[in-house]
Design a protein around this ligand. Sequence first.
Ligand code: GLU
Length: 287
Amino acid sequence: MIVTRFAPSPNGPLHLGHAFSAVVAHDQALAAGGRFLLRIEDIDGARSRPELAAEFRADLAWLGLEWDEVPPQSARVLSYAAAAARLRAMGLLYPCRCTRAEIARAVRAEGPDGPVYPGTCRAADVDPAGDVAWRLDVSEALRRTGPLTWVDQLHGEQQARPDLAGDVVLVRKDRATPASYHLAATIDDAADGVTLVTRGMDLFAATHVHRLLQALLGLPMPTWHHHPLLVDETGRKLAKRRGSGTRDLGLAARRRAGEDGRALADALREGRLPAGISVSPGIGAKP
Ligand code: GLU
C-alpha cells in the first residue's frame, strides 16, 4: 500500500507552497488507494509554536483533504535518542564543540545546502560530557555501507552522495531540539510506514543523508518524489520567514477571508497559479 505524508513544522503559517505539497502527496495516496498522513514536526526548540498545529489541520480540511494524523515529533524523542545511541555505539558519531562562528571561519567548501563542516572535531579529543553536538562521520559510515542508491519518481535513480553535505549534526547542542531534522524525519518515516516521501526539491540533497541513515539503522527504503517549488515574482521559493505565510499567500489568511479552499486545491492541481506565482522546475538543491 502506498503511504505518503505531509510533515510541516509549526514555526510559521502554511503558504501556497505547502498547499501544493500537501495536495500532491494527498492525491498520490488517493489515486493508489493508499494512506495520506499528517505529521507535525515540532521539535524545533524555541521556533516551534504548538498552537499552529490546529491551524494546519484547519488549512488541510479547508483544502478538502483527508488525512490520518501520526504522533508529532515531540512524542518520539526517545526513539531519536535510541537511534543516536546505536550510531554512537557503532563508532559513527563524534562530539563537536565548534561554535557557529568557528565553523564559519573554518569552512572551505560549499555543499548543496550551504557550508560544509570541515571536520575539525573528528580527530580532536572532545569531552562528550560538555556542551557538544554529535556529528555523523559520513566517510566512515559510507565505508561501512558501501555505495547506496535511491529512486526519485521524477528524477530517476540517484547515487547517494551524503559526502557532499559533510559530517551533518544528528544530535544538536541545543537540548531543547533533541535530534536534527535528518535523524528525526528518517526515523519517523520508517515508524509511520511511509512508502513514498513527497516533498519539495529544496529537500532533495537531504535525501542523500536520509538514505545513508536508513542503511545504517536497517530501516526500509521508501521511494521519493521531490516536486518542483512554487516561486514568487523574483524567482525565489515561497518561504515562511519572508512573509509568504502571513500576507495574501498564507493559507489561514485566505481561509479567514472566505476564499474557497477546494477551488484553490483544484487550481493548484491544474497548474492555475495565482498572479505572480509560478512553478520552477530548476530551483532547489540537486544533486
Ligand atoms: N518539516 C519540514 C518542513 O516543514 C519538511 C520535512 C519533510 O518533508 O521531510 O520543511
